[in-house]
Design a protein around this ligand. Sequence first.
Ligand code: PLP
Length: 454
Amino acid sequence: MNIANNTFKTLKDLDKAHYLHPFTDLQEHKQKGGDIFSRAEHIYIYNSEGKQLLDGMSGLWCSNLGYSQPTINKAITQQLEVLPYYNSFFQCTHQLAVDMAKSLVEVTPPQFNKVFFTNSGSEANDTNIRLVHRYYNLLEKPNKKQIISRKNAYHGSTVAAGSLGGFNGMHEQYTGVNYVHHIAEPNWFGYDGELDRDAFGKHVAQELAAKIDELGEENVAAFIAEPIQGAAGVIVPPETYWPEISKICKERDILLILDEVICGFGRTGNWFAAETYNIEPDLLTFAKGVTNGYQPLGGVMVSDKVADVITCNEGEFTHGFTYSGHPLACAAGIATLDILKNEQVIEKGAADIMPYFQARLRSLEDHPIVGEVRGVGMLAALELVKNKSSKERLAPDCEGGAICKMHAIEHGLMVRSVGDAIVTAPPLICSREEIDLLITRLTIALDYTAKHYG
Ligand code: PLP
């Protein structure tokens, strides 16, 4: 189809004709087209009709500092003039990749002194698989290849990262790798057994021990998990969950991979949720917030325990990407970490806006269709129900969440719906007034949704 011939009149038509969107119903998109966003400022996004939305999702949980950060822009454009691209293969390096690695080592937990750069969280989790398999091969434990993950986890969308993930909808569409096994996630709201929250946390963690026993410890390489499961609908684990998981990983010869792609860089009130939950991972996945979403960058922080093995044996680590440690991505990353550090965004956020955000959201617990409010730091979800005590859904097929999201967007608030949960993760730099605005718009959306099912 020849675009120059002006066959299509609008951007929307061109979008429908040529652009296959990620995580989108492609048939629906072909018919209706997408929502076009044309600019962003501070914590607001604007669509092509000029409508303003408060971005209650920080993009895809990544623009933690919002959209107006001139020092990040400047760092990228300055680097363009100096060294727009070079690679890190075959012993090559450049200033920005080294500086970025050093900056990350400074802000991550003390066991991490090395980093492997990727372009995304998905590639970083693929890298984790390459690292743990190499680690155990070098330790002459070649049978340790199995990896345990959780149902409804999201670890990315490459074939291997998608296999680590636990979404049926993804697994139904392709055949993943055969060495990943899924145990239950610590979903307290979805649990209707006899145990109290703490006992449930320990109980569900014990599924890890049971799975290791089933597979044989000699065959299991690692357990991977998000500290709080984001894409599953912000599943906040009971306080007892992570201590039990940590104990199991330490007692057995199992590496712990913590996927901090959403939680990292301040979202839970600490630099990393490893600190929030006192977890000591062997490998830590990062992406998204590391550049404030301004450039694609991800990676794996590698603990001394793993690094000592993979760097003290001869032979190339046959893994990497053309853009690993890309200078422009590193420039954005260094500038982002500098802002977080110098302006004490996380410390100030944890002292004020995060508790304020959580308290204001909890005031919605009384709303007739809110069954639960859960969250930590600047990350939260509201579970929508028809009946608070039976937890009966608003409608079959989780339509209620989608209806509420539609009303939120109509009233100037971008949120995400996950089943019947409404998820929100606004930028860390929101003011109290902006959180009030978010709550006002969310309340209107809830009211309209209640009326819809009333
Ligand atoms: N891990 C987690 C926890 C995520 O939430 C995501 C993306 O949402 C990923 C990994 C994948 O990251 P990317 O989309 O950069 O590949």
